[in-house]
Design a protein around this ligand. Structure first.
Ligand code: BGC
Length: 967
């Protein structure tokens, strides 16, 4: 695909949201967004790798004296400074190195062309909505159609995104709001556990329930479209900054969790947005200028890995009927995702049969006409290539592009129809549920009164923008259940856990005391002494200290960025533990710092030590965490705290329980095998009910049933070359080659025979489960390819293709124009110029339709169950609890096309099964054609291995196989 001219070489301003953010705590240490200079300085300080030439460039050396020279000068000097700094940033961001590389900028658009954009309206599941939408869109003027597709600009509404309405036909302005774990920038909402915690529950019902509760809150706050769930990043790199927003480093788990969340959200009539399509695997260089480079990183992925890993969970979401897909910031194969016709037109709309609308991530649109042709349907927040500049790439530009024939009328019709159809599909035309008003809260102020478009400098009347409606209902129950079930018990030597309200059961306590007494020559009597250590157990300076939760202090309840919310409250571990232990029997001493006095530990008979690791979205950094983590270590001295507690607790003989809150895998090698580290709980990111959920598990009110949604390795290097974040650009368009193909996370560990510390899927319980009686029941005969692609179940709406008259796009008379607000109108018809548009290569070659497509979610045959695997699971130990039987597929050793190899095993089924003591239940896994197939690059379809034997391994993790079968 040829580059779209409007997107290239433009030096857009770096995105900077600081001045816009609600609750801007400007004194926080997380304040600084990254600019190129900070990036370079920071990298220079925090890495031991050799310094590339550009870091010691002369530009760096004269930076400070230059700044001093200009200090205190006039405004004119400042302008000069800005200009010079601009040049310096360019050179400094790579100096000679980048300059040279700039000469070698890779050809734009290496992703193959796929045109024209498939029209929505082919699926039976959406047929009624399309019929209704067609009637409405048919009555719209061109300006109205454009308005519906274009955001009004950053901060030009009360939510983080608003498009324009089509007033005359009764289509309202849509309100879009983050994010995956709650309603961002809102009061009186629930701060649910993050996606990674949801993934760790392995509980479909909870995935659904959390989505549903989230949507109820969204609807009651006046939101039409939720900007979640997130299934990309997938977690290729364990240190990736936003992995925690998604559900874990496996496409199947992400797919199920994403789809259940979509269903939950949409069951309440709110549109869900599955994001970020696709391969936004790291924060460094995710978008132009944020990291001092003029372009975003390109994730270069092969066709098979794209299908079997990165696009897979999006397929589940489409099958679940998701209304919207958000395309990502990064490039894929050197085409920006939001202008990548192969991804949007080819894979998403044709192959996966997506019927809703594609929206851009915030400023991820880098071209005007080209993105419309490539399949983008809505641009957000509507501004152009520069943050909050009001110079949209669509809006009036799209109007002109339709009038001068660059964008076919059919395309703008399809864009508007997809958006309106999604609105009908979710029943949002029902005004009793979705009153046509702005939301009842403002993302931009906590005051009751404010203006409706604070992003515009134009004077506006103040109105009531915050009604402080409490929408939490009883959602804290779901939040707590998810947090508790998403807590993974990693170690529990000698059954130390669960604790009792008195500390330990009497018999255990007696035994402990006599051991301790003998070892220390001092017999403890009286209250049981428990020490709680670590900042992560306590409140710090409150959960909302830093904007967008962009710093790590106090107990960690979520990561940071657009995926975080204002905590309405956060129950800290210490608060919950204090209220749960019986104070007449337990003396609880807490030291909520990471360097507690060692004397404090000596007297403790049991120590509970807390540590954490945080990360977040790349627009904010904290300490040495620039979005992505620099390593997998515990932060703020967590390892030292744990080892010190372990060596000094009870004079070195006390029992130690480690509790971790983390955005992903953390390394535990320094302490995991220490003999008195008896128990380890990974509570992930638990949200507002943190302490309560933790106490539920510690005291055994909830028997732990969380399992790891990723692998915990012994070293970051163990994740392989593909598992490493690219912290330094390797060119002006950083090229990140996903050469590991399918081999990420456990697929890599298994293939390389690397011993992880804790494998994917691992998690202990307070009881034991036995697996038996595996049965394989074929349901359909194997065949290599799915049935022929069905013909469309419905016809997309047909409209006139005549270019409309230009009069209908002029600003209506007497229209009040707000500065910087994005409108679809033109001031004069003279603005319409008719220079021929340089269409991309391949534009006039109609692509063959995919054999894998044909309906919503793709060829329906891919979703048919071909074989069932049943197992019996029995609770064979002391207490009731939930098992998580996991089914892993082992592809046939032979019989696939030449050169096609397979991971050792891949997850293809899981259930959460509640079992009373001694109870036995049968669990049946249905494997679909897609589950059993691989993506054949040769045949461009999903292929089942017909001659060969599939293996099924069912167990409690990716390595702990209990029973086997084959087909
Ligand atoms: C994030 C999206 C988010 C959007 C709106 C972007 O920076 O990548 O996930 O939905 O902002 O806040």
């Amino acid at each position: 695909m040829a580059p779209d001219q409007s997107s290239r070489g433009l030096l857009g301003a770096r995105s900077d949201r600081r001045s816009f953010d609600k609750n801007d705590h400007s004194d926080s240490d997380s304040e600084s967004d990254l600019d190129a200079t900070e990036f370079l300085d920071h990298e220079a300080q925090t890495t031991s790798q050799p310094k590339p030439a550009f870091l010691s460039s002369p530009a760096t050396r004269w930076k400070s004296s230059f700044a001093r020279f200009l200090a205190g000068r006039s405004r004119r000097c400042l302008i000069v400074l800005v200009f010079v700094l601009g040049v310096w940033v360019l050179l400094g961001a790579g100096g000679t190195f980048a300059y040279k590389k700039y000469q070698q900028e890779p050809t734009y658009g290496l992703s193959p062309p796929w045109y024209p954009s498939p029209k929505g309206g082919i699926a039976s599941t959406w047929a009624d909505s399309y019929k209704k939408a067609a009637k409405m869109v048919d009555k719209m003027t061109l300006a109205e159609k454009v308005n519906v597709t274009t955001g009004t600009g950053w901060q030009m509404g009360l939510s983080v995104g608003t498009n324009g309405p089509a007033v005359h036909v009764g289509f309202p302005q849509l309100q879009l709001q983050d994010g995956p774990l709650g309603i961002r920038f809102a009061d009186n909402i629930t701060a649910f556990p993050a996606g990674i915690t949801v993934g760790a529950t392995w509980n479909r019902q909870l995935m659904f329930a959390r989505g549903k509760a989230h949507a109820i809150e969204a609807r009651e706050k006046g939101i039409n479209v939720l900007l979640g769930p997130c299934v990309g990043p997938l977690g290729r790199m364990p240190a990736g900054g936003r992995n925690w927003e998604g559900f874990g480093a496996d496409p199947y788990l992400q797919g199920i969790a994403g789809a259940e969340t979509v269903k939950g959200i949409q069951s309440e009539g709110v549109m869900a947005t599955i994001k970020h399509f696709v391969a936004n695997e790291q924060e460094h260089f995710r978008q132009p200028w944020e990291w001092g480079l003029p372009h975003a990183v390109s994730s270069n992925i092969d066709d098979r890995a794209l299908h079997e890993l990165y696009a897979w969970p999006f397929g589940d979401a489409v099958k679940a009927g998701v209304a919207s897909v958000m395309c990502s910031y990064n490039m894929v194969n050197n085409s920006y995702s939001c202008g990548n016709s192969k991804l949007l037109n080819g894979i998403l709309k044709d192959e996966l049969g997506f019927q809703g609308f594609v929206m851009s991530d915030w400023l991820a649109q880098r071209g005007g006409v080209s993105t419309a042709l490539a399949g983008l349907d809505m641009t957000m927040p509507g501004d152009g290539v520069g943050w909050a500049d009001g110079k949209s790439l669509w809006g009036p530009e799209l109007t002109k592009a339709v009038l001068n024939g660059s964008v076919p009328v059919e395309r703008i019709n399809d864009m508007a129809t997809r958006i309106v159809a999604a609105w009908y599909q979710l029943g949002q035309d029902d005004e009793t549920k979705f009153p046509r008003q702005p939301p009842n809260f403002s993302s931009w102020t906590n005051d009751r009164l404010g203006v409706l478009a604070p992003g515009s400098p134009s004077p506006q009347p103040e109105v009531e923008v915050n009604k402080f409606l409490n929408v939490q209902a009883n959602h804290s129950i779901i939040a707590r259940e998810v947090a508790a079930e998403g807590t993974v018990l990693l170690k529990n030597d000698a059954g130390l856990l669960p604790l009792t309200r008195q500390g330990l059961p009497d018999a255990k306590l007696k035994a402990r005391r006599s051991v301790l007494g003998r070892a220390m020559g001092k017999q403890h009597t009286g209250k049981f002494n428990i020490g709680i250590f670590g900042e992560d157990a306590g409140p710090g300076n409150g959960p909302n200290l830093c904007k967008d939760r962009g710093c790590n202090q106090g107990t960690l309840g979520s990561g940071w960025g657009s995926g975080a919310v204002e905590f309405p409250y956060l129950v800290t571990p210490i608060e919950a533990l204090r209220s749960r232990f019986d104070a007449s029997r337990v003396a609880l001493h807490d030291y909520l710092v990471n360097k507690p006095p060692t004397s404090a530990m000596a007297d403790a008979e049991l120590c509970i030590v807390f540590a954490n690791a945080d990360s977040g979205e790349g627009f904010t950094k904290w300490d040495n965490v620039s979005g992505d983590r620099p390593n997998l270590d515990l932060q703020k001295g967590g390892d030292a705290l744990i080892t010190t507690v372990s060596s000094t607790c009870g004079g070195g003989y006390g029992d130690v329980i480690v509790v971790l809150h983390a955005v992903g895998p953390v390394l535990m090698e320094k302490w995991i095998d220490l003999p008195n580290v008896k128990a380890v709980l990974l509570a992930n990111l638990p949200g507002q009910e943190s302490g309560n959920a933790l106490a539920d598990v510690l005291f055994g009110d909830v028997n732990p049933s969380g399992h790891l949604p990723f692998t915990i390795g012994k070293a970051l290097a163990d994740y392989g070359p593909g598992g490493q974040v690219m912290y330094r650009p390797n060119g002006v368009v950083p090229q990140q080659d996903f050469t590991e193909g399918l081999y990420i996370d456990y697929r890599y560990f298994d293939k390389q025979g690397i011993e992880p510390r804790f494998e994917f899927g691992f998690g202990l319980s307070y009881t034991q489960f036995k697996y038996s009686g595996l049965e394989v029941t074929p349901r359909k005969a194997k065949s290599a390819l799915p049935k022929e692609r069905p013909s469309p179940a419905a016809e997309p709406p047909a409209y006139s293709t005549a270019v409309p008259g230009s009069k209908e796009v002029l600003f209506p008379e007497g229209f009040t124009v707000l500065e910087k607000y994005v409108y679809p109108y033109l001031r004069s018809v003279d603005e319409i110029v008719s220079d021929p548009y340089p269409y991309p290569d391949g534009w006039d070659t109609t692509q063959p339709l995919s054999g894998a497509g044909g309906a919503e979610g793709g060829n329906p045959d891919l979703w048919e169950v071909y074989v069932e695997v049943a197992v019996e699971v029995e609770n064979v130990d002391g207490v009731a609890g939930a098992a998580v039987p996991q089914l892993y597929l082992e592809y046939p050793a032979s019989g696939a096309e030449e050169g096609v190899d397979f991971p050792v095993r891949v997850l293809r089924g899981f259930e959460k099964v509640w079992l009373d003591r001694g109870q036995k239940k049968k669990v049946v896994f249905g494997l679909t054609r897609r589950d059993l197939s691989y993506w054949s690059v040769e045949r461009q379809n999903w292929v089942m291995v017909v001659r060969g034997t599939y293996g099924f391994a069912v167990g409690e993790s990716s390595r702990d196989v209990k029973v086997r079968g084959s087909w």
